[in-house]
Write a new protein. Structure first.
Lengths: 557, 502
């Protein structure tokens, strides 16, 4: 979950009141935040991923003001035209076709507020904008820009400007290969012949989205007026990001102004700060929540969450959703807000009358019986991971070929494939215990996975049992006796045994078991010394693996 | 408790059995009385002048771990020698070692002693070493000593003859036997003590060790006296077959949920993104779908979507909300992305698969199984772990009922009091996180839950509210079982599994 660092003094000023640490720790979790760290003059808050509008001191203060009753309900925003316009060139259509902008005037910036603004921009880039893939935000000193502005895309060789914190002009390619932002985000421009660019009427570059802004238009403590833009592949995200930034600056006393965005075939004005309206019936609120609220109460709770709300009669309410909210897709989202406003701690759990009978999967019943059986035979159960390696499954077992289900993005080679059979997992287990008291008798009951083009998920997941005995001296007879008695007890009859040539076992000491001439459902035998050596095992092993899915397709024994 | 007089007499008798002289420890063993009772009795005997005490130092021999291994499985040179004999009196060293089950680390020890003991000799043949042992060698004094030591646990120098002492010294040099000095307090009968004893009739019977079938059926057992065993000597270790402790814990959780009326379900570990994400209303550009947060498959890499009606609904619900009253995510939904195969990241995928098949209320289902997330395995992170998900669908269920269920499950699992906070999951609304208080860790998240969003429930055909919850069962197990390292849940250490108590 995203975190945001706040300055105590600044936060309390925005809130209009001081809170103790324990008050913060009590209140913030009730509105989807959590205090993670509090040291000196700062504290870090974790914010739920659905509330990007709360990724700033302003946003959290705004929400908390409502919750504490300092200021509730929805306060409409006003925005006059700024006279600034942005022309969108056709060339961006296939790259990042949408742009939303805003002008904010009359700010008094300090190093601290600039730092917070940059942090909010970063957090939005990271979350709402999906690491700048979906959208990216630029904030500039308006007085260093000569509108009108053009949003265009140019061949990289035609782009040259001084990137933020840079000392001299660099070409687009140099920016991608030499600056930290370039290195981090270059992959977003991969394969493009033209790079997006914002330039003003005098050819001064504002930014090369989604990589970096120019040094010349940088925000400094003397900045009073801001120009904000978001370029995106989604018109909604572009506008939401600008709304969140503008609404945050509004909390700091900024005056928001609209920018005219001229697309080739249409014109819009952003930001659009009108609240969205949504009608909601009280019955629905009570049906979902299980609370017994009156219309008046429901409206009051919605206002506590900074929504606009009024009763419209006939048991309905009209809710105004602030323009910075990104998480309201359905009336259900308002119901949650109302319950949050009520307080989760006050809701009061209630056990429903729903009466049902518990039912276990036949396979779970069978698994328990089989595990009991194996324990009775004196075996210790082992639990290995499904994730393993080709080396473990094939190479070390003396097998050259075999098709494994393979990960595209493994973190380590050790866990890069799904296991095809269980025995290698047992061998691996034994190899970690060469100095432990013998005899060692181990078994595992678990899932194996193999490719299968016939199924919906292109694999076949099977249920198997493997057992192994490692001792100073072992006998084929020992594992054979186990297999035969096991099969008798699970009522598998009329199987045939045949000699098996299997590289994991000593030639002449391996057997396959099958029914009606079908594929073997079990293999058993004495493990080949080469395999023992591969696993660094100093003592011999006899082992058995049974495909239970093959024997009991329904899971029932 | 026996009277003082009886105690004294028991000790006196024991002293006689030990031929008039015994240590306190021997008397404790022989009488079965406590150490303090024996000491009191001895004091009485000394006071009466029936016995006197001596203190004497002596050596005590015990087996080292390696020694006890060899005592069990015989000395490596013995295994090697007999293997060579069985191979016809001569064999290549390497082959014999392998057959004898002697690890290569012990090669010089085994062959060295074999030669030194004069059991055979070594020759060189074409770069290879050949061993010759013509006949099975007789049991050596050292082997007998090991055997006896294993049987008795410890041996005292006093009871050993010079040959045995020599064998002990040799075994000590081989680090198979340990020697320590022990002070022995001995009690000896005096003339008067012997006289007192002679007033008692002496039992005269044959001592026997083994009760045989022959003794029983012939009835001769009536005539023999059974030799008393050292009933307190440490026995050899025995390891029972056992279930894995973590699997046992999972079974217990299942049992609790079954008793609450939940029906068990399962689903595939290799899952299409469709069931793992799309059906759960996670937009196709959701961060959880990126390579940092889910394992994608290389081979095979694509599955198929099947159920066309559901696919159409999911497409619409993502794009414009379909008939659910939602705005949807407003982007172009791509079926190709939905076909990508991943390792299931949440067991909620099983819940929605189940819900698609069971639309008639009431539904109460749970799934306890593995999920996978890209992570490097260490003490706190695992790439594969267990999750437990459940759903309840019925007429008239509410958020309050959800909290009721969570509290009930928490109670059944012994979690203590839960505290509820707003949470966020893309597929539930309202969403809640339940925390429990852990004395060491503070507030710990125990479960995430919510009502399935209309965008999730409706396309599946669910007409009534669906309560959904998920528990990170691995973390819960760690807290309950007192485990700090998540890897221990799948421990590869046999000793760890054997030593865990119930």
């Amino acid at each position: 979950m995203p975190t945001v660092t706040l300055e105590k003094k600044d936060f309390y000023r925005l809130l209009g009141r001081k809170l103790s640490r324990s008050e913060l720790e009590e209140w913030l979790p009730r509105i989807k935040c959590e205090v993670k760290n509090m040291e000196g003059e700062e504290f870090t808050v974790e914010v739920n991923a659905d509330r990007p509008d709360m990724l700033s001191a302003e946003g959290i203060a705004r929400a908390l003001k409502g919750f504490l009753g300092i200021q509730t309900g929805y306060r409409p925003y006003s925005a006059k035209p700024s006279g600034v316009s942005v022309k969108v060139s056709d060339s961006v259509k296939k790259i990042r076709p949408y742009i939303a902008c805003a002008v904010v005037r009359g700010l008094r910036m300090t190093d601290s507020t600039i730092a917070q603004l940059m942090r909010l921009q970063d957090k939005l880039d990271e979350n709402l904008c999906r690491r700048r893939r979906k959208a990216s935000i630029g904030v500039y000193d308006l007085d260093k820009v000569k509108p009108p502005i053009t949003y265009t895309a140019l061949e990289p060789q035609k782009i040259k400007f001084t990137p933020l914190e840079g000392a001299q002009p660099l070409t687009a390619r140099e920016i991608l290969s030499q600056t930290p932002q370039g290195l981090e985000y270059a992959h977003l421009l991969e394969g493009l012949t033209r790079f997006p660019l914002l330039v003003d009427s005098e050819g001064q570059v504002l930014s090369m989205p989604p990589i970096v802004n120019s040094e010349e238009t940088k925000v400094t403590p003397s900045t009073r007026n801001l120009f904000i833009d978001t370029t995106s592949t989604s018109p909604q995200v572009a506008e939401k990001a600008v709304n969140i930034l503008a609404a945050s600056l509004w909390e700091r006393g900024g005056r928001i102004e609209r920018v005219q965005v001229n697309y080739p075939r249409r014109r819009i004005r952003t930001p659009r700060l009108e609240a969205a309206k949504l009608r909601l019936s009280l019955a629905y609120v009570n049906e979902v929540s299980g609370l017994n609220l009156s219309l008046r109460e429901a409206c009051r709770l919605a206002e506590r969450m900074r929504l606009g709300a009024k009763a419209t009669g006939k048991g309905e309410m009209e809710v105004l959703i602030p323009p910075y909210r990104c998480d309201v897709l359905h009336p259900i989202d308002i119901v949650e807000d109302i319950i949050i406003g009520y307080g989760y701690h006050r809701v009061g759990p209630q056990l429903p009358p729903t009466s049902t009978l518990g039912r276990e999967l036949p396979r779970s019943v069978a698994a328990r019986k089989l595990r009991d059986l194996m324990v009775g035979f004196g075996f210790q159960e082992v639990a290995s991971y499904l994730l393993t390696s080709r080396e473990n499954q094939l190479t070390k077992m003396g097998l050259e070929e075999g098709e494994l289900v393979e990960l595209a993005n493994p973190m380590t080679a050790e866990f890069s494939q799904l296991r095809l059979w269980l025995l290698p997992s047992l061998m691996e287990f034994l190899s970690h215990n060469t100095h432990v008291d013998y005899p060692q008798r181990v078994f595992e009951l678990g899932t194996t996975v193999k490719p299968d083009p016939q199924t919906d998920n292109s694999v076949k997941e099977e249920w198997k049992l493997a057992a192994a005995v490692c001792n100073y001296k072992v006998s084929y007879e020992e594992i054979q006796a186990l297999a035969f008695e096991f099969l008798r007890l699970v009522k598998v009859e009329n199987w045939e045994i045949r000699r098996l040539n299997h590289p994991s076992f000593i030639p002449g000491r391996a057997a396959g078991l099958r029914l009606d001439g079908k594929e073997d459902f079990a293999v058993l035998g004495e493990i080949h010394p080469q395999v023992l050596e591969n696993f660094s095992l100093p003592n011999p092993v006899v082992a058995l693996e049974i495909n239970l899915s093959q024997l009991f397709p329904e899971g029932k024994i | 408790m026996p009277s003082m007089e009886e105690t004294v007499y028991e000790v006196l008798k024991a002293l006689r059995r030990e031929e008039g002289k015994a240590s306190v420890e021997a008397l404790v063993k022989a009488t079965g009385l406590s150490h303090s009772s024996v000491m009191r009795a001895v004091l009485t005997l000394v006071e009466k002048g029936w016995a006197q005490t001596f203190e004497r130092k002596q050596q005590v021999f015990t087996l080292t771990p390696e020694g006890s291994l060899y005592a069990e499985n015989r000395l490596p040179e013995r295994r090697l020698a007999e293997t060579v004999v069985s191979l016809g009196g001569r064999a290549l060293l390497e082959e014999a070692m392998e057959k004898a089950g002697v690890p290569s680390s012990a090669v010089s020890i085994a062959s060295g002693w074999l030669v030194r003991k004069g059991w055979g000799h070594i020759s060189r043949k074409d770069e290879e070493i050949e061993l010759h042992v013509p006949v099975p060698p007789p049991e050596g004094e050292d082997e007998r000593f090991l055997r006896q030591l294993k049987l008795e646990g410890e041996l005292r120098s006093e009871r050993l003859d010079p040959r045995q002492l020599k064998a002990a010294a040799e075994l000590k040099r081989r680090k198979l036997v340990e020697e320590r000095t022990s002070v022995l307090r001995e009690i000896q009968l005096t003339e008067e003590g012997i006289r007192q004893l002679s007033l008692e009739p002496k039992p005269a019977a044959e001592e026997t060790t083994l009760l045989t079938g022959e003794l029983i059926t012939s009835g001769r057992w009536r005539e023999v006296k059974f030799r008393e065993y050292d009933i307190a000597a440490s026995p050899p270790k025995v390891y029972p077959g056992r279930k894995h402790f973590y699997m046992e814990f999972l079974e217990e959780v299942k049992r609790i949920l079954l008793s609450m009326g939940f029906e068990e379900a399962e689903g595939p570990c290799v899952e299409t993104e469709f069931w793992n994400f799309d059906v759960l209303f996670q937009p196709q550009d959701h961060p959880a779908r990126e390579i940092h947060d889910s394992y994608q498959l290389k081979k095979p890499s694509r599955g198929s979507l099947g159920n066309e009606k559901l696919v159409r609904r999911i497409k619409k619900v993502h794009e414009n909300g379909w008939v659910t009253g939602s705005t949807g995510w407003r982007y172009k939904w791509n079926p190709e992305v939905a076909k990508r195969l991943i390792l299931r990241t949440q067991t909620t995928a099983v819940s929605v698969r189940f819900l698609a098949q069971h639309t008639k209320p009431p539904v109460k289902m749970f799934c306890l199984s593995q999920v996978f997330r890209p992570d490097v395995l260490d003490a706190r992170h695992a790439m594969e772990f267990h999750q437990c998900d459940g759903i309840v669908m019925d007429r008239g269920l509410t958020f309050r009922h959800l909290l009721g269920f969570l509290e009930e499950i928490g109670k059944a699992l012994g979690l203590g009091k839960l505290s509820f906070k707003p949470g966020y999951f893309p597929f539930t609304e309202p969403s809640v996180e339940a925390f429990v208080y852990h004395p060491k860790l503070g507030w710990v998240e125990a479960a995430g839950a919510g009502l399935f969003r209309p965008e999730v429930a409706k396309p599946l055909g669910a007409k009534y509210p669906v309560l959904a919850w998920g528990i990170g069962i691995g973390r819960l197990a760690m807290a309950k079982l007192g485990i700090d390292d998540i890897r221990e849940l799948h421990s590869r250490r046999l000793e760890f599994l054997r030593e865990r108590t119930l």
